[in-house]
Design a protein around this ligand. Structure first.
Ligand code: GLN
Length: 465
């Protein structure tokens, strides 16, 4: 009830597209009864959670923040949603996002932008001295609704998706813990795809410990997602007997991006020093292909988008245009009416890259560069580095009015520079808040681990927390 009330109180954040109050109250009642008799369903019995609106939820509208899917009610739950429900967790709502998870601001959904809860914190308002209605900062994206929900305390845990940073970016700007597991460790079944070869369900929580509990629940092979792998044996909780002096922390020199804010850089150095003082080995490493990652990502992303969006033809589900002069005209107007500019632009670019005469030049080339990016990480990890410490975003959260300027759109894609390479390599990464900027907004850092070493990553993050 408190969570539902908090959703109501923070309606202006626009963090939720759908609130499932009635169902939630019934589920919560049943959880209460079980807990009273001392027979909980599982470790999450009675814990309220919310889910980004690109995960299918049985009998609950799933829109991807797009006109195209308005009114679409899936007949099944995504595996991750089902697993949480099976543990007794209570679904309270579906979170807002960028349309089809394309974006880094949560400003591009059909139901309006998400506001960062920190815009209303005294620390920010004192600094900005502006009108909170025009001076608010973005929540980051594309899982901005999920991050804002956890940050504004309406949800204890939220699921996001992470294709190029979409869980870590908003988690970082909203000051919460955001975990992107190893690709394949958590099932994508029921997650409406953006880039199938990079998509991973993400976990947003208030603490690293909570993220670990959720990962334990979600991880493992799923017969409905052939890319999933068996989880290695995992500890019941984060080990406490861990010694930071056994760790080697790498600082990738290419992550000193020209647009990196002084404050984020200072934060990065401060935390690196902290590791060193505690006895960890800290050393500079090189990931030489980093500079190509944004361009490479966008080619691959658009190609997969072109293929994924083909299913939205006005026939099977979602929106259908009234224009019926021909099948082609119906397809075209349905897509024109149903998708925003970002989605249409990517589908169009992807189809261009995939043309017979362009395929080798763009798609195959990008695949080759992707391999080089992944090999950079492999080399660094096999040289004895346990985790990499990097910034997550270039700076603290941008003002909405600045973010939506066209020039800044280019900057916003640059903002993914620290997160995208990780998806191309399929690695686990976690971000957590480590400080506060002079504007009173959170600054977070990212830890990147080796494939399937998600628990080691959580252990180091817990030490840092
Ligand atoms: N910002 C990136 C994009 O727009 C990543 C999105 C994501 O991770 N879903 O594609």
């Amino acid at each position: 009830r408190k969570c539902i009330n908090q959703i109501e109180r923070t309606r202006f954040l626009n963090a939720y597209i759908t609130i499932t109050e009635e169902q939630a109250m019934e589920q919560a009642q049943r959880a209460d009864d079980r807990l009273r008799t001392g027979k909980p369903l599982g470790s999450l019995d009675g814990i309220p959670f919310s889910v980004k609106d690109n995960f299918c939820t049985e009998n609950i509208e799933t829109t991807c923040a797009s006109i195209m899917l308005k009114g679409y009610v899936p007949p099944f739950n995504a595996t991750v949603v089902q697993k949480l429900l099976d543990q007794g967790a209570v679904l309270i709502g579906k979170n807002n996002l960028d349309e089809f998870a394309m974006g880094s601001g949560s400003t591009d959904g059909a139901f309006g932008p998400v506001r960062n809860p920190w815009s209303y914190a005294a620390s920010y308002r004192e600094q900005s001295r502006g009108d909170p209605d025009s001076d608010w900062v973005i929540a980051g994206g594309s899982s901005g609704g999920s991050a804002a929900a956890v940050a504004s305390l309406s949800s204890f845990l939220a699921l996001g998706s992470d294709t190029g940073g979409s869980t870590r970016n908003p988690g970082s700007l909203c000051g919460v813990v955001a975990l992107k597991p190893t690709y394949g460790l958590v099932s994508r079944h029921g997650l409406i795809p953006l880039v199938n070869s990079m998509d991973v369900p993400g976990i947003l929580t208030r603490s690293v410990h909570d993220a670990a509990i959720v990962l334990r629940t979600l991880q493992g092979q799923d017969e409905k997602d052939s890319t999933t792998v068996q989880a290695q044996s995992t500890p019941h909780s984060i080990p406490e007997d861990f010694d930071i002096r056994d760790m080697c922390v790498g600082l990738p020199k290419e992550y000193h991006a020209p647009d990196l804010s002084k404050e984020t850089l200072a934060q990065w150095s401060r935390v690196a020093d902290m590791f060193e003082k505690a006895g960890a080995r800290v050393r500079e490493v090189s990931l030489p292909h980093t500079q190509h990652s944004i361009v490479c990502y966008h080619v691959l992303c658009c190609c997969e988008v072109a293929s994924n969006m083909a299913r939205f033809d006005g026939l099977e589900y979602g929106h259908r245009s009234a224009v019926d002069s021909s099948t082609d005209a119906m397809y075209a107007t349905t897509r024109h009416e149903g998708f925003n500019n970002v989605v249409r632009r990517r589908a169009l670019s992807g189809n261009y890259f995939l043309l017979k005469q362009n395929y080798e030049r763009y798609f195959v080339k990008a695949q080759q560069i992707r391999r080089l990016i992944a090999e950079d990480f492999k080399r660094v990890f096999s040289s004895g580095v346990d985790v990499l410490l990097t910034p997550t975003t270039l700076s603290d959260a941008t003002r909405y009015s600045d973010f939506i300027q066209e020039d800044n759109r280019t900057r916003s894609t640059q903002d993914d520079i620290f997160t995208q390479p990780v998806n191309m390599a399929g690695l686990p990464a976690i971000t957590l808040p480590t400080g506060i900027s002079h504007r009173g907004l959170p600054i977070s850092l990212q830890l990147i681990g080796q494939t399937l070493q998600d628990w080691k990553l959580l252990t180091v993050a817990h030490w840092l927390e």
